[in-house]
Design a protein around this ligand. Structure first.
Ligand SMILES: Nc1ncnc2c1ncn2[C@@H]1O[C@H](COP(=O)(O)OP(=O)(O)OP(=O)(O)O)[C@@H](O)[C@H]1O
Length: 608
């Protein structure tokens, strides 16, 4: 993306997100730019009046004007700055929100890739730190201020270029009184500007390559650093003495970041002397030129102060403008990461067909020769899976670890698309159904069921607005009723310590909440991946006893390593190395004497 294009995009984004912000910045900078000139004009006047021994009342009058106008301009600028600072914060937050919303929408398999995680970090860093929107706004403001300063300076400097009546001046005195002597000053400004631009360009290159290399370390550092503050991990950190490993991980990332910083510092040091030297030359030329005019009495002492002030401001602003353009150029590269991230396109079919809203929940799923490979992997996690899941059936999925059970469910829920083959819902490829509509068909509890530190009601309903009666009903069905009765604020009780008065709940209780969440969704398919692994025997028994009642007429699929819990299912699918190698009822599979009976017997011997 071209940088000017990015700058245009950022400006229109700022305008869209915070109307009036750019105008406010503009006005405040015009005021800020005026301030030094008020000082320059009035103090030079006062100096001349002092030299001419003017009446004290006249000097006081100018001093008063100087102080009052400076105070007014200061107050105006200060008031506007407060609005601008808040505006910058709001802009930052809105942009972070855009990044997080995008992250929620992005294809799940794209999100899982570390390249995407790096990109998210780059987008965040690009927007928030070095090239951030704040610094973009600051530069934008500075650009406006410097342009206004240049205009003020030129207006103030015009008289210095008009030759004064010079009776019999020769040599240098005559030269500095000629209009073309101004080229010395223009040349000095030009040289200063060009050298500064070259220097900034070099710096930009160094900074950019530093950013590119550092973002990976930065992401790793953030990951390990936040792990330290995750209190639920705190128990493992203590019991497994992980502190050393964590410190080493944080240390390794921070050492690498530190080394990158040293490299950056050394490279910058090598180039940063250039503008300093050039600036000294510029200062020398200015003072010599204006000083000579004063020596030859072509201007007054007060005026010479005024012109030096105006010229220094002009030179500084021209130099700043060059720097700002280079800076905006660099920043647009960083800001482009945000646009690159926002431009990532989902590859998954969004689909358009609505899923039929059938009161009878007549849905039939068919896996037709489905094979699947995760991104960036060589081996197939599923191979040639052919299976129908019929209406209202209760299906159990069993198999050894890594056999492909969860992958089977993830594909069914369209978190991934099959590498080969098709999954059909009522005879139509599921990709053609509207994605959001399709997702509504499934109430799923995965092994990593992740609850939020929010109220119980919000966790169950997955929303901050919910039907309280239904939430309580689902919690009851999931076996959480007794615990709920002891909660200080019922379903309005926050869980976990990230919220005020958050209540800690056990692993089993959390699992029950996750089951209640799936039930609240009232989806035609209920899928439970290891639904009872954390439940006590009584709770587990109750869940299975009430399973029929719990899932009512829904089609249910659940994965379990507790073989005894499969007995009540109509159909059991046995997965091995990505394939369904056996299927049937408990009795049929036991008779078959295959992997299922092997797994069953292996577990049964502990209870014998
Ligand atoms: N996101 C992923 N990226 C790459 N490979 C994955 C991913 N998730 C799972 N796998 C691999 O796919 C295979 C099947 O995993 P899956 O989670 O489906 O197994 P499972 O039968 O549910 O195992 P378990 O009983 O341990 O939960 C495993 O070899 C696993 O390492």
């Amino acid at each position: 993306m071209k940088n000017s294009n990015t700058i245009r995009k950022v400006l229109s984004l700022i305008h869209r997100l915070r109307r009036g912000y750019i105008s406010l910045v503009f006005i405040s900078r015009v005021i800020a730019a005026a301030q030094p000139f008020v000082g320059i004009i009035f103090s030079s006047k006062i100096i001349d009046l002092l030299i001419q021994r003017a009446p004290a009342s006249l000097i006081m009058k100018y001093a008063l004007i100087l102080v009052t106008s400076t105070a007014i301009l200061n107050a105006l600028e200060w008031g506007m700055k407060a609005f601008i600072t808040v505006g910058e914060q709001v802009l930052n937050e809105k942009i972070n929100q855009m990044i997080s919303e995008k992250t929620c929408r992005i294809d799940y398999d794209i999100l899982e890739k570390h390249e995407t995680l790096d990109m998210i970090k780059k987008a965040q860093e690009g927007m928030n730190s070095r090239g951030g929107i704040q610094s973009f706004c600051t530069n934008l403001a500075a650009g406006i201020q410097n342009i206004v300063t240049i205009i003020y300076s030129i207006i103030l400097l015009v008289p210095v270029f008009i030759p004064a009546p010079s009776a019999g001046l020769t040599g240098i005195g005559n030269f500095v009184n000629k209009w073309y002597s101004v080229f010395i000053l223009i040349l000095a400004i030009g040289m200063n500007t060009v050298m500064n631009m070259l220097d900034r360009k070099l710096e930009a290159k160094v900074q950019q390559s530093f950013f590119e290399r550092n973002v990976v370390w930065n992401r790793r550092y953030s990951y390990w650093f936040t792990m330290v503050f995750n209190y639920s991990l705190g128990k493992y950190i203590r019991l497994y003495d992980m502190q050393k490993m964590l410190s080493a991980k944080v240390g390794q990332a921070s050492d690498n970041m530190e080394n990158e910083f040293y490299t950056l510092r050394d490279k910058l040091l090598k180039i940063s002397w250039i503008p300093i030297v050039v600036n000294v030359i510029l200062q020398f030329v200015t003072y010599a030129y204006v000083g000579l005019k004063a020596v030859f009495k072509l201007i007054s002492v007060g005026d010479s102060m005024k012109y030096v002030g105006a010229y220094t401001n002009l030179a500084q602003s021209v130099q700043n403008i060059a720097g700002i353009f280079t800076e905006l150029d660099i920043e647009s590269k960083y800001l482009a990461y945000f646009y690159d991230y926002m431009a990532i396109e989902n590859k998954r079919y969004e689909g358009t067909i609505p899923t039929e809203k059938r009161d009878d929940n007549v849905f039939e799923i068919e896996f037709r020769d489905v094979s699947f490979k995760y991104l960036n992997t060589e081996t197939y996690a599923l191979r040639h899976v052919n299976q129908k899941i019929t209406l209202g059936s209760k299906t159990a999925v069993v198999g050894k670890n890594g056999a492909g059970k969860t992958t089977f469910i993830k594909l069914l829920c369209r978190l991934y698309e099959p590498t080969e083959g098709q999954i059909l819902l009522n005879g139509v490829d599921i990709r053609y159904y509207d994605y959001k509509d399709y997702a509504k068909l499934f109430g799923v509890v995965f092994q990593d069921f992740n609850l939020f530190s929010a109220t119980i009601g919000e966790n169950v309903a997955s929303s901050d607005e919910y039907d309280e009666k239904l939430v309580i009903e689902c919690l009851d069905k999931a076996g959480f009723g007794e615990r709920l009765a002891k909660m200080p604020d019922g379903i309005r009780t926050n869980i976990y310590q990230y919220e005020e008065n958050g209540v800690e709940i056990s692993g089993g209780e959390a699992q029950k909440l996750a089951i209640a969440r799936a039930l609240y969704k009232n989806a035609p398919f209920v899928i439970l991946d290891e639904p009872t692994s954390a439940l006590d025997p009584v709770a587990e028994y109750e869940i299975y006893q009430h399973f029929d009642q719990m899932v009512e007429d829904k089609t249910s699929i659940y994965i379990s390593h507790r073989m005894s819990s499969c007995r009540f299912c109509d159909n059991i699918l046995v997965f091995d190395e990505g394939q369904i190698i056996e299927s049937g009822s408990h009795e049929e599979l036991m008779k078959e004497g295959g992997l299922y009976s092997e797994l069953w017997n292996a577990q049964a011997q502990y209870y014998a």
